[in-house]
Design a protein around this ligand. Structure first.
Ligand code: HEM
Length: 208
């Protein structure tokens, strides 16, 4: 879970950097050229398959671990589960992860599946034809409920990362008294800044 989680964290950072081009005031040109490259470059396509495999492994492993934990505990639940010693995000990783998964299914259906298998409008730049994914994103991000859904789901992504980031380092044994504070600070900053910027994209596009 930790290894796949760390890969997905890296993916999120790259995905955000690419998506921030949606905010460029160039009518979607930079984003469309970038998206065309990402969805056709053979090397990126291999990474993309790995990405989907990692998502699947992460989810399946989470289900297996939850089952194992439940059966190890037996029929009697913990008497103390309000957990003064643990952050609430760590006790709710299952529900937070499920929210992220529901978001992913909606997100992939509307953008990724449309880009790869759907009917797409096209646009020409310097005599070359590109699929106009920008206009599709722009269309969705002009629906209030959809923008609200993204903002809500980005909060779930943030809380999931809030515990997951430092926890992944601990699971892999990459923790050290000297660096634990730094890992936790970087993890918490990542968990706040990255989902915040993801959420800002639909909000700014809506009001633009
Ligand atoms: C403002 C927020 C976001 C926007 C505008 C956005 C946009 C897109 C677009 C346009 C694609 C299709 C690109 C292509 O296949 O070439 C895509 C794919 C994808 N997105 Fe997002 N995304 C956002 C947030 C997220 C978040 C928060 C996650 C994860 C929690 C995520 C996970 C993915 C995944 C896994 C893919 C498939 C990538 C692949 O082909 O390997 N996205 N996104």
């Amino acid at each position: 879970m930790a290894l796949t989680g760390l890969f997905l964290i890296l993916f999120l950072a790259v995905h955000l950097a690419g998506n921030l081009q949606l905010l460029k005031a160039d009518g979607g040109r930079s984003f469309n050229i970038y998206a065309e490259f990402m969805s056709t470059n053979p090397l990126i396509q291999i990474v993309s398959k790995g990405n989907f495999a990692f998502i699947l492994i992460h989810v399946i492993w989470a289900i297996l671990l939850t089952r194992q934990n439940k059966s190890a505990r037996g029929p009697v639940a913990y008497a103390e589960s309000s957990g003064k010693s643990s952050h609430w995000t760590s006790r709710n990783m299952g529900i937070l992860g499920t929210l992220v998964l529901v978001f992913l299914v909606v997100h992939l259906k509307d953008f990724w599946a449309q880009m790869h298998f759907g009917q797409m409008p096209t646009v020409d730049y310097d005599g070359k034809t590109y699929r106009d994914i920008y206009s599709l994103v722009d269309l969705w991000f002009h629906k209030e409920w959809y923008v609200g859904l993204y903002v809500f789901c980005m909060a779930a992504v943030g809380f999931h990362l809030y515990h997951g980031f430092a926890s992944a380092f601990q699971t892999l044994g990459l923790n050290h008294l000297k660096y634990n504070g730094l890992i936790q600070t970087v993890g918490r900053a990542f968990a706040i800044v990255v989902p915040f910027l993801f959420a800002l994209i639909p909000v700014l596009m809506y009001f633009n």
